[in-house]
Write a protein that binds this ligand. Structure first.
Ligand code: URA
Ligand code: URA
Length: 257
């Protein structure tokens, strides 16, 4: 059998077992030895093995292992110009995940997403608008490294980085996802439609209700659009409170089904 097919099969098998063994919604439990083995074989041999989860089957530990793996990523050229990778902030078992675009200057310096001006606006939306704590939600980006001069991430960069985002969402398993701006929306929904077209209705990301809204950086430039984002946020709050439960199209499977 060809080597790449062989390693693909190993990866796919490890992936299936990992999903089945999810700490909260999994259907099987793994022994520490199996969990450790799984972590070792999940990554292609050319990559250093990631930090093995200390508590097997623990989503937090697996997210930490993933963060460690991402911190050494060299899949695209952004690894040469970054100060550090920016993995995520907040609660790894959050009901709500915000997905932004890519780190900017401040994020690259601090290693934390959304800490600059746009980040302050996002924090205000969470704290003042939603009456939640920033630590209660999970915040990440499509791209884990800052593009030089804050240019838009390229399609290739987004593709290379996407598997990390998918694994993050799989491990967090939120009740609802908020895509901030065009890059997050287009990456998650695999569409070319604009933020303006996509917002205002429910979408589904592998069965998880997803709302698209404007990026906070855009709201800083166009404050007149803030009321629309507030409408989107209120819909999200209805899902969090259980007032509504948007149903995915019949037959749509979640990431862990
Ligand atoms: N803009 C983003 O999309 N992400 C950040 O982390 C900061 C600004
Ligand atoms: N275009 C984008 O890409 N994002 C926004 O938030 C608004 C317009």
């Amino acid at each position: 059998m060809k080597d790449d097919l062989y390693s693909q099969i190993i990866e796919d098998t490890a992936e299936l077992v990992r999903r089945a063994a999810h700490p909260r919604k999994g259907t099987i439990s793994l022994s520490p030895e199996t969990a450790a083995l799984l972590e070792r074989i999940r990554v292609r041999p050319s990559v250093d093995p990631p930090v093995v989860a200390e508590t097997p089957g623990d989503g937090v530990a697996l997210l930490q292992a993933l963060a460690a793996e991402v911190s050494e990523c060299t899949k695209c050229d952004l690894c040469h110009s970054r100060t550090q990778t920016v993995f995520a902030d907040g609660n790894p078992s959050a009901d709500l995940v915000f997905v932004g675009e890519a780190p900017g200057y401040n994020e690259d310096q601090q290693g934390i997403p959304f800490v600059g001006r746009a980040g302050q606006l996002l924090t205000d939306i969470i704290v003042k608008g939603m009456k939640m704590r920033r630590e209660d939600v999970y915040i990440c980006n499509v791209i884990k490294c800052r593009p030089p001069e804050n240019r838009d991430p390229t399609l290739e960069e987004k593709r290379q980085c996407e598997s990390y985002l998918i694994r993050q969402l799989e491990l967090v398993r939120p009740k609802v996802i908020c895509a901030l701006g065009g890059h997050a929306a287009k990456t998650l929904l695999q569409t070319d439609e604009s933020t303006g077209h996509l917002r205002g209705k429910w979408h589904f990301y592998h069965g998880i209700p997803l709302r698209v809204t404007y990026h906070p950086a855009y709201l800083l430039r166009s404050p007149g659009e803030k009321s629309k984002t507030w409408d989107d946020i209120q819909e999200i709050m209805k899902v969090l409170s259980g007032e509504i439960a948007p149903e995915p199209p019949a037959g749509e499977k979640t990431l862990w089904d």
